[in-house]
Design a protein around this ligand. Structure first.
Ligand SMILES: [Zn+2]
Length: 250
């Protein structure tokens, strides 16, 4: 299930006709406790794509909205929220999870980039359950796909983020480079593969993320770690192993 507005990703969307009424295919949407909830209009991105969402769901699932919609902020009183720095596709993925309880399947690296943006959005929404579900989906995808530069480029747009997604991404990239590009070559600047060429170009930009990537790849040689994507259980989740809050532990 996906949620899409009537406009393209990067088209301006401020008029009422473009507003997307968010509906769930699940029966509980029609009969559940939030079906009679007030509706909040959430404007996402610089072009203000509009989504209409049940207020009760936002408040019950996300501490961020609990604060912004139930506090003294003007937007809470008007049932309007503005997320100008967020990506509309990521908010659509968030809504899929909010209404269905599951995250979209990641089939391509473009999907993966949306999943990364959704994770970073969930981080700001303080929605840990969604972050952990996204982490599982991301790991399933990279169990069959080599990590490229895609996550680094997303992280570079969000410098300062130090969560589990970054930990997994750098670990997986380091593992893939060492596993598939030759364990004897410890120098990530060696242009021995197309992946390395892309990584080298990213490293040459000299960003904080690039520096972290350089050291993650170099230090992996001394860790002798297993493939991060196939570790079982709560690796890269945001709780200690054994938490009753996680499906892997219940
Ligand atoms: Zn867990």
């Amino acid at each position: 299930m996906t949620f899409r507005s009537e406009t393209a990703y990067d088209q301006e969307s401020t008029d009422e006709s473009s507003i997307t009424e968010v509906e769930s295919s699940r029966e509980e949407t029609a009969t559940g406790h939030f079906a009679t909830s007030e509706i909040v209009t959430v404007y996402v991105g610089k072009k203000r794509r509009a989504y209409r969402v049940h207020r009760a769901l936002l408040v019950s699932k996300c501490p961020y909205f609990r604060g912004s919609l139930t506090g003294a902020f003007p937007e809470g009183r008007n049932n309007e929220v503005y997320l100008s720095k967020d990506v509309p596709e990521a908010f659509s993925w968030f809504l899929t999870w909010l209404y269905s309880g599951v995250v979209n399947v990641i089939e391509t690296k473009q999907d993966a980039c949306i999943a990364f943006e959704t994770y970073l959005m969930a981080d700001r929404f303080i929605t840990v359950e969604l972050k952990n579900d996204l982490m599982d989906a991301v790991r399933r995808f990279y169990a069959r796909t080599r990590m490229g530069v895609e996550l680094l480029e997303v992280l570079a747009k969000h410098e300062g983020f130090e969560g589990k997604l970054k930990s997994f991404g750098l670990d997986q990239l380091a593992y893939d480079l060492h596993e598939y590009c030759g364990k004897i070559d410890l120098d990530p600047y060696m242009p021995s593969s197309p992946v390395r060429s892309a990584i080298n170009a990213f490293l040459a930009e000299g960003s904080s993320t690039a520096i972290d990537t350089f050291w993650a790849v170099r230090n992996w040689a001394f860790r002798d770690g297993v493939d991060p994507s196939i570790l079982e259980g709560c690796y890269y989740h945001e709780h200690s192993s054994g938490s009753p809050a996680c499906k892997f532990c219940s």
